[in-house]
Design a protein around this ligand. Structure first.
Ligand code: TA6
Length: 306
């Protein structure tokens, strides 16, 4: 509930803070049509996004480990300040393993009126002494997670450099979409783009002219994409649309059979029911001078056809 919400809104929408089995706070957002989202303070990770019919739109593995600090295999883990393992930090950085706090004094949002008529929560991550030892940069990572009246899920990130020297980072919203059957899915918006293939030591290739379909392991970073990407799930007759700002790249990942078997927190056959399509900034790291702030915005929506 936005702090300035009017009376009738108060009745219909809700922001509820609960605790998970490990005593970690989770924020549950419900809009007046019945859509919902659940965000854990463990990693600032969205764990659930449901339609007003209660249909879960995000994949979570049946073998997911719900025990901090391990990130949960599913939902939307946040990779920050590093994506992947080609840096000095552990794979995908440390933000997804940290316990975030509820931001008591979020500075106003100047764009997109990302508050009116929306139900949202504000989270904050600041580095611990431990983090500063491995990544010696003071920052404030503010994350607003919103649920719109239509049931769209929006994540707005604001990262401020409160350091005395510049720093650079990469970021990805590692979104596990729940799909009916991977062989029945196609992704549009990546045609003819260059991509770095993690299956070939990040070698650079160029995508063909057609929509992307899946028949084997895919682990790619598409570069400088348009700000609208669509994931078509024919069998479920539903289309996810990803709208992004400040996030030029798109990660596409499906582990397929062999890699699935190598992951302890992932079922052998579960690759058929998930696809990761992430809004990201990877190829060109974002550099912030002292006092500077970067904003990235990701909006997920879903439509059902027929
Ligand atoms: O996004 C692709 C990727 O970097 C893959 O290489 C794969 O490792 C995936 O992320 C999951 O990473 P995780 O550290 O969560 O197991």
């Amino acid at each position: 509930m936005n702090r300035s919400g009017t009376a009738d809104l108060r009745a219909a929408t809700a922001v509820e803070v609960t605790k998970d089995r490990n005593g970690v706070d989770q924020v549950v957002l419900r809009n007046r049509r019945g859509s919902s989202a659940r965000v854990s303070l463990h990693g600032g990770q969205v764990l659930s996004w449901r339609t007003d019919q209660g249909e879960e739109l995000l994949f979570t593995s049946s073998k997911a480990i719900f025990k901090p600090p391990n990130p949960v295999r599913g939902g939307i883990p946040i990779c920050f300040p590093q994506f992947g393992n080609c840096g000095s930090l552990e794979q995908h950085g440390f933000a997804r393993k940290k316990i975030w706090v509820i931001d008591q004094n979020p500075p106003p949002f100047l764009q997109h009126n990302d508050s009116n008529d929306k139900v949202y929560t504000d989270l904050l991550l600041e580095p611990s002494e431990e983090d500063l030892k491995i990544w010696p940069h003071s920052f404030e990572f503010r994350l607003r997670v919103c649920l719109t009246v239509e049931g769209n899920l929006t994540m707005i990130s604001r990262i401020r450099n409160i350091n005395c020297k510049p720093f650079s980072f990469s970021i990805a919203f590692h979104t596990y979409f729940s799909i009916s059957d991977i062989s029945e899915v196609r992704v549009e918006g990546l045609e003819t783009l260059d991509y770095l293939d993690n299956l070939f030591q990040r070698e650079r290739f160029t995508e063909q002219g057609d929509a992307l379909t899946f028949e084997s392991e895919v682990d790619r970073v598409y570069l400088s994409s348009s700000d609208v990407i669509a994931v078509f799930d024919h069998e479920q007759k539903r289309t996810f649309t990803i709208r992004k700002e400040g996030l030029p790249d798109v990660v596409v990942w499906n582990p397929w059979e062999k890699k699935s078997k190598s992951m302890v927190d992932f079922g052998d056959e579960e690759y058929k029911q998930m696809l990761c399509v992430d809004g990201a900034a990877i190829e060109k790291q974002i550099t912030l001078k002292p006092g500077e702030e970067w904003t990235g915005r990701l909006e997920l929506s879903v439509v059902h056809s027929g």
